[in-house]
Design a binder for this molecule. Structure first.
Ligand code: KIV
Ligand code: ZN
Length: 537
């Protein structure tokens, strides 16, 4: 049973009172079975991408990169940003200091062990919110800390009292809480709230709890905890999001998350999945502006160098991609048939992909994006060709689809190009801003332009676009190596859009040994197609 449910406007209000257009989610009506009277109506989002997320093996962010992520998170609407763990290095202290001085809308917090020295270092960084922690499980006490339970409790209390005496907001965590003796865990919660902790976080440090156990644990802890409870789940069994949602449903008021599910080992609960899950299943609102999720996710992936898997929920490249003919047909009639919610809700785009399972609806729809219209017989022929190619293991991208369509229909054969590359040069080197100069012949007239860019390819593409029209935007750029070695052949495909309109797109593709030249050739081809199309319309 499916229900078309509207997220009520109040669930989507951001920090500045911004609200989403009414968007639709198509969840199961059976979810109403899980609604309870005691569920909170809202939850706080504590983002730890810059702390636990940076502990992802292989990730190390520069100060500049951290500042960019902090700004993006604040703009997204997270309530708290854990900016780092200042005790670990001077670089970490500098970045926490800088983030704290940005004047962000989110609160900025620093992680601190339960020690006065750590708290003092956090205070020196200018934060007014500290997250103190100490391990409480017997295994950690015995093997790591070599301390007794009483010693651990005194340390936790001392650090909290010290931080409170300096006017800080204090959130406290019993590290490895989910493997801690329940009576001792409760004893810790009672002691730290008496010491002045403002919030108590419950870390499932090694991701070893099942959702029903999480429900019971939060209920047990709520019986002794008067301050708000927070939850911090790791994904070792793939249950971090499920456990986080369960914890909030059971009464926790805050969730620790990382963008794209980054974090130690298998990662932390993914921000995007938690926010959408709370909203879609339990109608629990957050201050996150969901429309910015796609952008923030890409920013974090680029800056951390951790690519987003295609099948990642919500932000993966395939999350709104449809290939099967049956699905595409359904989607084109009503997206609720095969989508849980519209991609616009999370700042993503729907994509129709052609391949082995393609049908005529997909091909027609896809070609219409590029202004190519074929007879039904030609569409059938294109579908047959695509299936043959796909079955031989070849992925057919948009540029190849368009080329195939022209081939089958005999279109553009012998057609004279309207846009030709006449001259091109790019200057780059150490301490030089990459700059490109380009001359294009457009409808017989030479036009020249120059532009700078982040790299030589960016400069070249900017220069070309400056010649033709500021209204042309680059929506996709793909580079792949065909052969190995430093003299490898590369393949570049670009997708352009005119006026930001999905139905005014164009693709170009080229193969060569010089990345910049090949990128230029592919772009000029796409521009030629777009230009021919616009001038016909
Ligand atoms: O996973 C964990 O236990 C942590 C603590 C520092 C809260 O990240
Ligand atoms: Zn953690």
């Amino acid at each position: 049973m499916t229900v078309r449910r509207t997220i009520d406007d109040s669930t989507s209000k951001g920090i500045e009172g911004r609200s989403l257009d009414r968007k639709r989610v198509y969840t199961s009506e059976f979810n109403s079975w899980a609604l309870t009277d005691s569920m909170p109506s809202s939850a706080l989002i504590f983002d730890t991408t810059l702390r636990d997320g940076e502990q992802t093996p292989g990730v190390a962010l520069s100060i500049d990169e951290k500042l960019r992520i902090a700004e993006a998170l604040s703009d997204l609407g997270v309530d708290v940003i854990e900016a780092g763990f200042p005790m670990i290095s001077t670089g970490e202290r500098d970045s926490v200091k800088k983030i704290a001085s940005l004047g962000l809308q989110s609160r900025v917090c620093a992680l601190s062990r339960s020690s006065r020295k750590d708290v003092d270092v956090a205070i020196d960084c200018g934060v007014d919110y500290v997250h103190t922690f100490i391990a409480t499980s017997d295994a950690h006490l015995r093997h790591k800390l070599k301390m007794t339970r009483d010693e651990v409790k005194s340390r936790a209390i001392d650090a909290i009292e010290h931080a409170k005496a300096h006017g800080l907001t204090v959130e406290f965590s019993c590290e490895d809480a989910t493997r801690t003796d329940l009576d001792f865990l409760k004893e810790m919660h009672i002691a730290v709230q008496q010491a002045g902790a403002d919030k108590i976080n419950v870390p499932d440090t090694v991701g070893v709890t099942s959702p029903p156990a999480m429900e019971r644990l939060i209920t047990e802890l709520l019986s002794v905890t008067k301050v708000p409870l927070s939850i911090h789940c790791h994904d070792d069994f793939g249950l971090a999001v499920s456990n986080s949602l369960t914890a909030v449903r059971s009464g926790a008021r805050q969730v620790h998350v990382c963008v794209n599910g980054l974090g130690e080992r298998a990662g932390n609960a993914a921000l995007e999945e938690v926010v959408l899950g709370l909203m879609a299943f339990y109608n629990i609102r957050t201050n996150v502006d969901t429309r910015k999720i796609g952008h923030v996710s890409k920013t974090v992936a680029n800056l951390t160098g951790m690519p987003i898997p295609g099948n990642k929920a919500i932000v993966g490249g395939n999350a709104f991609a449809h290939e099967s003919g049956i699905h595409v047909h359904g989607i084109l009639v009503d997206p609720s048939t095969y989508e849980a919610f519209g991609p616009e809700l999370v700042g993503m785009q729907r994509e129709i992909v052609v391949g082995k399972h393609t049908g005529i609806h997909s091909v027609k729809e896809k070609l219409s994006e590029y202004g190519v219209s074929l007879t039904d017989d030609h569409v059938k022929k294109v579908v047959e060709e695509i299936k043959k190619l796909a079955e031989s293991g070849k992925h057919v991208d948009d540029a190849e689809l368009v080329a195939l369509a022209y081939h089958v229909a005999g279109q553009r054969a012998g057609e004279v190009r309207k846009v030709k590359l006449k001259e091109f040069a790019v200057f780059t080197g150490l301490n030089i801003t990459p700059t490109a100069v380009v001359t294009l012949e457009v409808d017989g007239e030479n036009k020249r332009g120059s532009e700078i860019g982040i790299g030589p390819v960016d400069a070249a593409l900017n220069a070309i676009r400056s010649v033709v029209s500021g209204k042309i935007s680059l929506v996709e750029y793909r580079l792949s190596a065909i052969t190995g070695g430093s003299d490898a052949l590369c393949e570049v495909s670009v997708k352009l859009q005119h006026n930001g309109e999905k139905k005014a797109a164009s693709v170009g593709k080229s193969v060569g040994s010089d990345i910049v030249q090949t990128s230029v050739d592919a772009t000029v081809e796409a521009i030629d197609r777009l230009y021919s199309r616009i001038s016909k319309e």
